[in-house]
Ligand binder design. Structure first.
Ligand SMILES: Cc1ncc(C[n+]2csc(CCOP(=O)(O)OP(=O)(O)O)c2C)c(N)n1
Length: 334
């Protein structure tokens, strides 16, 4: 890990077990809510009840939850096309997300944005993004503003392994480091950019090492292990505050296809099964059970509560009005 000459970069790591029982359980609930949300959306697409496309983060829940639980008021995030988990972990309302996906006027973008454009700028969710790597420039802009205003906030920027091969990755890491911008880059290395394997596409092998070469603290962690992401998140996000950038490479996996039209021909069933056997939610349930904070009954109740919350969100959103035709040209930028 590269280090920076700032004391805040060496903030002592805290672990999940330092949190109250209630808080530890809340992180499980959040991961279950993300999964329930994406599974519901997947079903709605399969039924033809939803249009356009969507990208699911089933399997990747620990990455967003483990980092964003360190956020403070005033911090902002930028997401990706696979962004439902980022939005929920940031605290957006699943009902307004459901409304957005269903094209309803009550959605975060008035029903005109859909899955890849969910944003709540007032709250600090600066947007999911259909442009691979697009989240990086926006996060750096926000971090530049924090620095100019001498604010102690962090911009958390999610992106995939595919974005690492784009020019913007190198430009933004360089500038963030040269200008010491408070950005936490969170790479969700789920091993594929559509069908292209990260292993074949990443010169030098390690994304964390690439970031370290720009002079910022950078670590690769097991993204299927909430505990590991949490610990790295505590250290690196605190290190960003009032200081410069850092990067976490979360090694993770998407269980479902790239988007709705993916036949999964570039990977085997066995490979998917192997990753599913290391599921971040199941793994965290085992940890909480070993700590005496959870039993089978409570665990089942939490799964049902998450599914119920999602059902209610979509049920309510379905009854909401569509945007007025007269609003078609509102909020359009050219
Ligand atoms: C600039 C740009 N190039 C190409 C695309 C087409 N595209 C959409 S998603 C994707 C793969 C992205 O992979 P990765 O960054 O690893 O994210 P993941 O889908 O794995 O979460 C590509 C190439 C795009 N949307 N934007």
């Amino acid at each position: 890990m590269a280090t920076r000459n700032k004391t805040s970069a060496s903030t002592a790591a805290s672990t999940l077990s330092d949190l109250s029982a209630e808080r530890q359980l809340a992180l499980l609930e959040q991961m279950q809510l993300i999964r329930a949300f994406d599974e519901k959306v997947d079903k709605l697409y399969a039924k033809g009840a939803m249009h356009g496309t969507a990208h699911f983060c089933v399997g990747q829940e620990a990455c967003a939850v483990g980092t964003l639980c360190h956020r403070h008021d005033g911090d902002v995030i930028t997401g990706t096309h696979r962004g439902h988990g980022h939005a929920i972990a940031f605290g957006l309302d699943p009902y307004r997300m459901a409304a957005e996906l269903l094209g309803k006027a009550t959605g975060y973008c008035g029903g005109k944005g859909g899955s890849m454009h969910i944003a709540d700028v007032q709250a600090g969710m600066l947007g999911a993004n259909g442009i691979v790597g697009g989240s990086m420039g926006i996060a750096c802009g926000a971090a530049f503003a924090f620095k100019q205003r001498a604010q102690d906030h962090v911009a958390v920027c999610f992106f995939g392994d595919g974005a690492v091969q784009e020019g913007i990755f190198n430009e933004t890491l360089n500038l963030a480091s040269v200008w010491q911008l408070p950005v936490l880059f969170v790479c969700e290395n789920n091993h594929y950019a559509m069908s292209l394997s990260a292993e074949k596409a990443t010169a030098g092998g390690s994304i964390a090492n690439r970031a370290a070469s720009y002079g910022m603290p950078a670590e690769a962690v097991d993204g299927m292990d909430l505990e590991a992401v949490y610990t790295a998140g505590a250290r690196l996000m605190n290190g960003c505050r009032g200081a410069g950038p850092a990067l976490i490479e979360t090694i993770t996996y998407r269980y479902l296809g790239h988007s709705k039209s993916d036949a999964n021909r570039y990977r085997t069933r066995e490979e998917i099964a192997e990753w599913r056997a290391n599921d971040p939610i199941e793994r965290y349930i085992r940890t909480l059970t070993e700590r005496g904070l959870l039993d089978d009954e409570r665990s089942q109740a939490l799964v049902e509560a998450a599914a119920d919350q999602v059902e209610q969100a979509f049920g309510r959103a379905e009854r909401d009005p569509e945007p007025e035709l007269s609003s078609a040209l509102e909020d359009v930028y050219a």
